[in-house]
Ligand binder design. Structure first.
Ligand code: PMP
Length: 415
């Protein structure tokens, strides 16, 4: 990211952004809500809530099949949403975007469709120790079915992917390298462009799990150099139950369907059925139309935000957290990656993460505790879990102050 003059960062106004998110204006357990669980899901601006509600109030109909006006409107809005997401991710063509119910479903789609049709006994899929379970288990399932193996790429004690270890794992057996862009447990920003370069030089495909990165900075899938990119709308100020798989056109064309049903067919008959073209080949059944419209509204909303300034604001929140953490005896940040975004994961000596989480909740502060669906990483670090505070564009320095007041109070109750 290019350096920007300080005055531009200072011009970013999270208080103004907060006003767009009605849910933030409430008391929780008698205290003004401090929402620091953005890595789990982000809150929704009024315009997203309105777009979904307006769709159901005015345009609701099934897509692609109807001849009537409402169906036309719904189809137009749905396909326009695909174009919006395509532009947002830098996809050369909207057909390269397949609607899924989210990141998990998108990874499963690739694992089942590409994996089951391609992987052979002895082939390898590499994932890192930093992965969310959704970027591990689908590969293990496909490995069981095909005789391929899933191997973890080692991470360092600071919580970064060990690129030297990746190099020593890369050989002709490796057919897929699947890594996240930002670790949801530690906030590590992985050098996915470099990982993609090395993996592709060794002849492997690359899947980037962008669940955590899309909300923090603009993404260009072409520049990343990956073959597949997956994300969920709900971590990007959009609704739950919708996300996308972006894929390289030649791969998507060659991949067999994953789910069968309406919409994904060209002609159904006995004994044979032929399939629709991409993206419809992978979109069996009635899609989440309102979800797609809500996701596009979230992207339109983001277009009104200076994203570079927003990223600097979030970085400033994390930097202040790290400063304040140094002042609390017994507080240990988990993972010390050189490049982290949006996430502060920690342990408080003599306490269990879930107790700290509950005490923070009593003060109106929402954080996540536990293994964060990253049990292999917790095993690797030798801990049961962490307390995780995760930041978004509407968090303020006051939120960080409240978090540390809460941590100090929790600590005093335990000592
Ligand atoms: N990958 C990462 C890095 C995540 O943070 C998450 C959500 N915590 C997922 C995958 C799964 O996303 P979803 O539950 O929206 O499918």
């Amino acid at each position: 990211m290019s350096a920007r003059p300080m005055n531009i960062a200072a011009a970013f106004d999270p208080e103004r952004v907060r006003r767009d998110f009605p849910i933030l204006d409430q008391l929780v357990n008698g205290h003004p809500l401090v929402y620091l669980d953005n890595a789990a899901t982000t809150q929704k601006p009024e315009c997203v809530i309105e777009a979904i509600s307006n769709y159901y109030r005015r345009d609701n109909a099934n897509v692609h099949r109807g001849v009537h006006t409402l169906s036309d409107r719904a189809t137009h809005a749905f396909e326009q949403a695909r174009q919006t997401v395509a532009d947002f991710l830098g996809s050369p063509r909207p057909e390269q975007l397949i609607w899924t119910s989210g990141t998990t479903a998108a990874i499963n789609l690739v694992a089942y469709s590409w994996g089951r049709s391609t992987l052979q006994p002895g082939d390898r899929v590499l994932v890192s120790w930093l992965e969310h379970h959704s970027n591990i288990v689908p590969w293990q399932l496909v490995a069981e079915a095909t005789g391929a193996e899933v191997l973890p790429i080692p991470v360092t004690d600071s919580g970064e992917i060990d690129l030297g270890a990746l190099d020593s794992l890369l050989d002709a057996r490796v057919k897929m390298v699947a890594v996240n862009h930002i670790s949801n447990a530690l906030g590590t920003v992985n050098p996915v462009q470099e990982i993609a370069r090395r993996a592709k030089a060794a002849g492997a495909l690359v899947l980037v799990d962008g669940a955590q990165s899309v909300a923090h900075w603009p993404i260009d899938v072409t520049a990343l150099g990956c073959d597949f990119f997956v994300m969920s709308a709900h971590k990007l100020f959009g609704p739950t139950g919708i996300g996308v798989l972006w894929g390289r056109a030649s791969l998507l064309d060659a991949m067999p369907p994953f789910l069968g049903g309406g919409e994904m067919i060209e002609r159904v008959g006995f004994p044979t059925t032929t399939y629709n073209t991409v993206p419809f080949k992978f979109e069996a059944g009635t899609p989440n139309i309102a979800g797609a419209i809500g996701m596009a509204a979230a992207i339109d909303y983001l277009a009104t935000i200076d994203r570079e300034a927003a990223a600097e604001h979030e970085a400033a929140l994390l930097a202040r957290c790290l400063d304040l953490a140094g002042e609390v005896a017994g507080l240990r940040r988990v993972g010390t990656p050189a490049h982290a975004a949006g996430i502060f994961s920690f342990l408080l000596e003599g306490t269990h993460p879930s107790d700290v989480g509950m005490l923070l909740d009593q003060q109106g502060i929402a954080v996540r505790t536990g293994h964060h669906c990253a049990q292999p990483l917790m095993d690797r670090l030798g801990i049961p879990g962490t307390v995780r505070a995760s930041f978004s564009i509407y968090n303020t320095q006051e939120d960080v102050t409240r978090l540390f007041e809460g941590i100090r109070k929790a600590k005093s109750l335990f000592s």
